[in-house]
Design a protein around this ligand. Structure first.
Ligand SMILES: [Zn+2]
Length: 1123
């Protein structure tokens, strides 16, 4: 799944402790005393230690590392079963025959499901999932009985044999229940539905208690024979080669008849954890096929999860309704009763009854369609049987959409159709997705060494969609702005969003779909891999966009929240139902991706790819855990002389099972030519957890000298696996040492003062040729300063070289993101104007060089850079920007919104700025454009800009609308309020209307409300607001439990801001003041003196070297309400 940008949440908290007095216990929301807790903890530790020892002895031939070396609170599986978080593993499904009849007029669906199950031991209970479904009155469990009858040939042969064997050998017909698999339909006789036959079988059986109601044990006859034929096929396809050949030998001599025996269901109970517990009169026998048959009905929901309704307005402004599914992580159970955990893989055969005017799509190709005789205008669409897959990947869509198609030839030489589906008026915008999909599929097939598993793929844009996209096998669903590109008006950023989403979901067709995580604990295997490969794949189709550089930039952004006290390990165990949704966060996605990339660069791309091919082939159609991947990698690194003695398991476990990451302190001995490397937890917390402080990582250290281009390998030159080591380094004493080449390693680096000085000089002299290295040095310096490991003066002085110009977007993004943290914290202080002056000085030359964005950018990269710098110019309240933006906005407003003259990549900035300085007129205009435009990307831009307005009443109006008339998928965006003013209004609104807001957004899906919390509290920076946040968390502890990690992170971040202000604000103000004063005196200054002060002018002050925009139209009167 691709998270939508607004919801890329970051999780937190190891113990879910938000604050001293707000504690979220993991099991069922029960609050337990510290005393009981301590006893339980001791008991748990003893049990865990015992389990750990057993596990160690079982697995030590594979793992060189003792599990207890790392923090790894793997929960006891039986405990999770007992608490209803997990299903018991004794009963396993292999096949679902699913028939659904869905009516978009009444928004109801009915269905029948026949699930083939087997038990691994005798059990009297079948437990599966069902949520918000009405289960029909007569579920049935039937045992499949396969009876072998000898052929005449076999009989004759046996008679001959009998004469030469012991006379005591029993001579009776072979009758058995199905502990052998049935033969293919061509040999078997069809299952008899005739009750007399069935009874006869049962009389011979040993479980006479199950004989009652046999004549009623009917599955509907017409379906059943077909069903059983298919069951026979499926069982065959699942057998291994040996079994198949054994069976063949039997078929030559025997035919099999089959019949059914009903197993009485004593009770059906709905239990916590969405469980449906069927208690049987007699136990299921091990290794026998049973069929569980249930009918059910439900509503096509009004949320964005399960089987849900989506609407759109066509060109005639008529509302059209479609229905789609979104099952990940746990919503398949809302659509049909099922074993809804990723490890219960099965094949699915789906049929959907629907009105003939609709198109129905599912994972597999359509096999047949048939009219429904007694219901004119309706038909059945039957789909092919699927490969083995998890329930969360099942999908179906009913719509009136159109498609365009292409195809590609897969590695196994099959022509596979690729289709993109969208509502009719947006068809042309789907061409980009159609163009890149075959390229990506072909590339992935080469990369993974495994052909795409299905024989078709459909991609479809859904008008109402909560996340970015979803990787349903063979039917990928997208939020429209993550799917559609308008060749004329889309920005490069929007094209990247679409390309990356497609590359992500297509990568999942292997990572996630073909090989799936065993349990949600390892979600990061799916998401981390897909996130890494999305960049690799998108780089393959759009190499000019240097997207891997962007990926490294994103890593720098991720390192910030991962240094909070409340951060958690990537593979932290899921022990609570609410934990599942919380796993969909930046740690699983971005950190997972970066750890895998670090592995790639450490062992080499060639070995990494070999390991991937090995892993995918070994685990395809099954489920795996992280160590299975590391084992696969270890298999290939054995051949490498440098790596053969290094355990990949130990290396990677140290990163995935420990929270946070280290800083490497480098202390050079310039005379001796060596350096001491020491690792410590990098944290911005004043009170980090002691356990985390003790952590030691396995660090691959690459280094070089910034003055020596050509020797910039990302391969490690040494390993830091202890607290510290001293090593000879081949860097001359007058050269700056640069550690962590290309910022590939997931750690920060701090140097001794002399080395920092040399690095700073190299930066100023233009010796640091790599943009990522420049960005990395600046990012490390700012964050070391934040953690009080370096002074802010040194960090800020690293930025001054950029005043003379810097062409890299990656570097600007890094500088300005770090400035963003300062901006939020300084915004209401007296020093803020100096901060604004410095940022405007910093960007002014580069902005002038880029003609202030007033000319068409030369290429995509320039467009991205211009967008970032102009946006900051406006943020810093530059009069030039304000006047330009309001002028552009007014021109557009004067057209009545018919044609938008603003270049697409600057629209969001113009809207934002016009709203910030505008009032009700601008607000209502943007809102009306939002409602009227059909372009999904345009809608996103418009709604995202609305919270920029600085009028309390208007923000309240907007927040109120988010609870009612703003379409669900856009409603969260209006809560992305700007600090300090709008964010404060949002906080007040949320506190006053908590239950309305909470119920609205948690009713949409399990992710949305986290965005509301973030929008309201993410920028809290005063003690008073922090106290309010804590009080809010305490007051609503029960409701906030499912997003406890988000709450913990918000509290941590706010506490950091408050502490930061006390420690650093003064130093920064002084530095800014000194620098600006000296700069003004220096002869180099041509910029600051000509930069008008924010309050001096409302005239457009277009710089002389930019295009004149002042003369075209008089400025409309605007209300400037600067607060
Ligand atoms: Zn994903």
């Amino acid at each position: 799944m691709t998270l939508s940008t607004s919801r890329q949440q970051f999780l937190a908290h190891e113990t879910h402790t938000v604050d001293e007095d707000i504690e979220y216990d993991r099991k069922g929301g029960v609050f337990i005393s510290h005393c009981v807790c301590c006893s339980l903890v001791v008991l748990a530790i003893v049990i865990a230690a015992l389990v750990g020892i057993i596990v160690y002895f079982i697995t030590c031939h594979k793992l060189t590392q003792k599990p207890e070396e790392y923090w790894n609170e793997q929960p006891d599986y039986q405990e999770l079963v007992a608490s209803g978080v997990r299903l018991p593993s004794e009963v396993v499904p292999s096949f679902y025959r699913l028939k659904i009849k869905a009516d978009l007029d009444t928004l109801n669906f009915t269905g029948d499901v026949y699930i083939t199950i087997r038990a691994s031991r005798k059990v009297k209970e079948i437990i599966l999932h069902s949520k918000y479904l009405s289960i029909g009155p007569n579920p049935k469990v039937t045992e499949q009985i396969y009876e072998k009858v000898e052929t005449l040939h076999r009989r004759a042969k046996r008679d001959v044999e009998k004469t030469s064997t012991s006379p005591t050998l029993e001579n009776k017909p072979e009758t058995q229940t199905a502990n052998t698999t049935p033969p293919p339909p061509s040999i078997s006789t069809k299952m008899s539905i005739d009750s007399s036959n069935t009874t006869a079988t049962i009389v011979n059986s040993t479980t006479s208690s199950t004989t009652q109601n046999v004549s009623n044990a009917s599955m509907r006859s017409s379906n059943t024979s077909v069903f059983i034929d298919k069951l026979a096929n499926i069982t065959e396809s699942q057998g291994n080669a040996d079994n198949i050949s054994n069976r063949r030998a039997n078929w030559e001599t025997q035919v099999t008849t089959s019949s059914v025996r009903n197993i009485k269901i004593v009770s059906i109970l709905e239990a916590s954890g969405d469980r449906l517990i069927l208690t049987l009169a007699s136990a299921l026998k091990p290794n026998v096929d049973y069929i569980l048959e249930m009918s059910f009905q439900g509503n096509i929901s009004n949320s964005m999860t399960g089987f849900y309704k989506s609407t759109y307005k066509n060109e005639k402004q008529e509302e059209r309704t479609i229905a789609a599914t979104q099952f990940e992580p746990t919503s398949a159970r809302r659509a049909f009763p099922c074993f809804d955990e990723p490890a219960f893989k099965a094949q699915f055969e789906i049929s959907i009854a629907h009105k003939q005017n609709l198109t129905v799509l599912s994972n597999m190709k359509v096999s047949t369609q048939e009219l429904i005789a007694d219901q004119p205008g309706w038909q059945w669409t039957h789909f092919d049987r699927s490969v083995k897959m998890s329930t969360y990947l099942v999908a179906y869509v009913m719509c009136d959409f159109v498609s365009i198609a292409t195809s590609y030839v897969s590695k196994d030489n099959i022509i596979k159709p690729v289709k993109v589906w969208v509502r009719p008026e947006l068809l042309q915008k789907a061409r980009y997705a159609l163009t890149i999909t075959p390229k990506l599929l072909e590339y992935y097939e080469d990369l993974f060494g495994v052909p795409y598993a299905l024989d078709k793929i459909d991609l479809i844009g859904i008008p109402d969609f909560s996340s970015g996209a979803m990787e349903n096998w063979g039917l990928i669903t997208f939020r429209e702005p993550f799917f559609l590109v308008d060749e004329g008006t889309s920005t490069v950023r929007e094209r990247m969003q679409v390309g990356i989403a497609a590359a992500h979901e297509l990568a999942h067709q292997w990572f996630g779909n073909l090989v799936t995580m065993r349990w949600w604990t390892d979600l990061w295997l799916n998401e981390g891999f897909a996130t890494y490969i999305e960049f690799v794949g998108f780089d393959h189709v759009e190499p000019g966009l240097h997207i891997l550089e962007q990926f490294t930039r994103y890593k720098m952004d991720l390192l910030r929240p991962d240094s909070l006290r409340s951060t958690q390990a990537v593979s932290r165990a899921v022990t609570d139902a609410a934990d599942i949704a919380q796993k969909f966060n930046e740690l699983s996605y971005q950190k997972g991706a970066n750890l895998i990339r670090m592995l790639n660069h450490t062992i080499s791309e060639t070995l990494f790819q070999k390991g991937l091919v090995h892993y995918l082939n070994e685990w395809k159609y099954t489920n795996a855990e992280e160590n299975d991947l590391w084992e696969a990698m270890s298999n290939v690194t054995k051949t490498d002389p440098e790596l053969k003695d290094r355990s990949i398991v130990t290396f990677m476990n140290s990163w995935t099972r420990q929270a946070g990451y280290p800083v490497v302190n480098v202390l050079r001995n310039y005379e001796a030519g060596d350096a001491q490397f020491e690792q410590r937890l990098f944290t911005v917390s004043s009170e980090p957890y002691e356990r985390m402080v003790k952590q030691i990582w396995q660090l691959p250290i690459s280094y070089t000298s910034v003055g020596m281009p050509g020797n910039w390998s990302t391969k490690p030159k040494l390993w830091l696996t202890e607290r510290e080591i001293t090593a000879k380094i081949d860097v001359a004493s007058d050269q700056a040492l640069y550690v962590n080449v290309g910022a590939i390693g997931y750690y920060r680096v701090n140097y001794d003062q002399k080395n920092w000085q040399m690095l700073s000089e190299a930066l100023k002299n233009g010796q640091v040729k790599s943009a990522i290295t420049r960005a990395q040095l600046i990012d490390d310096a700012f964050n070391l300063a934040k953690a009080s490991l370096l002074s802010y003066s040194e960090a800020l002085s690293l930025t001054t070289y950029a005043i003379e110009g810097e062409d890299s977007k990656a570097v600007w993004d890094t500088i300005l993101t770090n400035m963003g943290f300062l901006k939020t914290n300084l915004a209401s202080t007296a020093g803020y104007t100096r901060f604004q002056d410095y940022v405007r000085l910093l960007i002014s030359k580069q902005l002038a060089k880029l003609k202030y964005g007033l000319e068409k950018p030369r290429d995509d990269n320039e467009a991205l850079l211009v967008e970032g710098l102009v946006s900051w110019d406006c943020e810093m309240e530059s009069p030039r920007c304000r006047d330009w933006a309001t002028h552009e906005f007014n021109i557009w407003m004067n057209t009545g919104g018919t044609g938008n003259p603003i270049p697409a990549h600057l629209r969001l900035i113009v809207y934002d700025t016009a709203l910030r300085y505008g009032g009700r007129r601008e607000f209502e205009f943007v809102l009306s454009r939002f409602y009227n435009t059909t372009d999904p990307s345009g809608k996103e831009r418009l709604i995202a800009s609305l919270p920029s307005v600085r009028d309390e009443a208007l923000i309240n109006t907007l927040l109120e609308k988010s609870l009612s008339e703003i379409p669900k998928q856009y409603a969260g965006a209006v809560w992305s309020t700007a600090p300090p003013f709008a964010a404060q209004v949002a906080r007040k609104f949320l506190q006053k209307n908590f239950y309305r807001v909470y119920n609205t957004f948690t009713g949409i899906d399990e992710f949305m409300f986290r965005a509301i919390l973030d929008g309201s509290f993410d920028t809290v920076n005063t003690q008073e607001d922090l106290d309010q946040l804590r009080a809010f968390a305490r007051l609503h502890a029960a409701e906030l439990k499912p997003m406890s990690q988000s709450v913990a992170r918000l509290v941590d971040t706010a506490a950091l801001r408050v502490r930061w202000f006390n420690n650093h604000a003064e130093t920064i103000n002084q530095w800014l003041d000194n620098y600006l004063t000296n700069f003004t005196k220096s002869p180099k200054d041509t910029t600051t003196s000509s930069t008008p002060s924010p309050t001096t002018s409302t005239r457009i002050t277009t710089p002389s070297n930019s295009t004149d925009i002042t003369t075209t139209a008089p400025l409309a009167e605007i209300t400037i309400s600067t607060t």
